[in-house]
Design a protein around this ligand. Structure first.
Ligand code: KIV
Length: 272
């Protein structure tokens, strides 16, 4: 049985604000390819994020920095072909929006035009104000991302919780208000104290989506490979693994190897 308060045939940026107003939590998950996006969409996840975490999860890079705009467009267009209900948000990758607002708009337009995505996400606050304004002025919905912003990992030095100190927390609150004022439709809050997420969420009319931001966010996002336990090398406190697919898939694949080696696969019924 569905636990949603209201049935949405198709999720739009307006549906998300509506959910916040009605106290319905928003579910968001990453997907980077057609097959996974089909499963995620059929399970009625509200927002699918084609995250630049594809750089880690799909390509095996240590950080999100190496992924290119062309690669993000490839992932996004594969996802879009699978999705009927969810709102699809795509990360603008590192280097595609930081240098100047015109380049930011060009990158956002390429994502929208070449993949068919519904919105873009950018990391940062006041420092990307002009880029956010320009993209919004072109009619492209923008989601913000504050707290731990992985594209700045070399500035932070570690993946530990952000905004524990008052000064950084105040800056984050200011940035959140600014992004709302500019017209962003939502905000990812990554790895910040739960009480700060509460304060930010209560101060905004647009929804906040937490990852390691605690229970007071208006919605939650996880990397789908982490939720399914396909990844297993790290165990952050905020991560709930719903399966151990790393083990399950490993067992299935090694059974296949044994069957081939022992001449059990294919059998008489599995051939023409
Ligand atoms: O790229 C990503 O997966 C993200 C989430 C962690 C929010 O930005």
């Amino acid at each position: 049985m569905s636990t949603a308060k209201k049935e949405y045939k198709r999720i739009t940026v307006k549906s998300l604000v509506d959910m916040k107003q009605h106290g319905e939590k928003i579910s968001m998950l990453t997907a980077y390819d057609y097959s996974m996006a089909k499963i995620v969409d059929a399970a009625k996840v509200d927002v699918i994020l084609v995250g630049d975490s594809a750089s880690n999860v799909m390509a095996g890079h240590e950080t999100t920095l190496p992924i290119t705009l062309d690669q993000m467009i490839y992932h996004a267009s594969s996802v879009i072909r699978a999705v009927h209900r969810a709102l699809v948000v795509v990360d603008l990758p590192f280097g595609s929006y930081q240098s100047d607002p015109k380049e930011a708009l060009r990158s956002a337009i390429r994502i929208m035009k070449e993949s068919g995505a519904h919105a873009v996400k950018l990391e940062g606050g006041a420092e990307i104000k002009e880029s956010v304004k320009r993209i919004l002025a072109a009619g492209i919905p923008v989601m913000g991302h504050l707290g731990l912003t992985p594209q700045s990992i070399y500035k932070f030095g570690t993946y530990t919780v952000r905004a524990k100190e008052e000064e950084e927390a105040e800056q984050l609150m200011e940035d959140a208000k600014l992004l709302e004022k500019l017209g962003c439709f939502g905000l990812v809050l990554e790895k910040i104290p739960a009480e700060l997420t509460k304060k930010v969420s209560e101060s905004l009319t647009i929804p906040t989506i937490g990852i390691g931001g605690g229970k007071y966010a208006d919605g939650q996002v996880l990397v789908v490979h982490d939720l399914l336990g396909m990844t297993h090398e790290f165990n952050p406190r905020f991560l709930r693994r719903y399966m151990n697919l790393y083990e399950e898939m490993g067992k299935a694949i090694s059974n296949y190897v044994d069957d081939v080696k022992q001449l059990d696969f294919p059998n008489d019924d599995e051939q023409y």
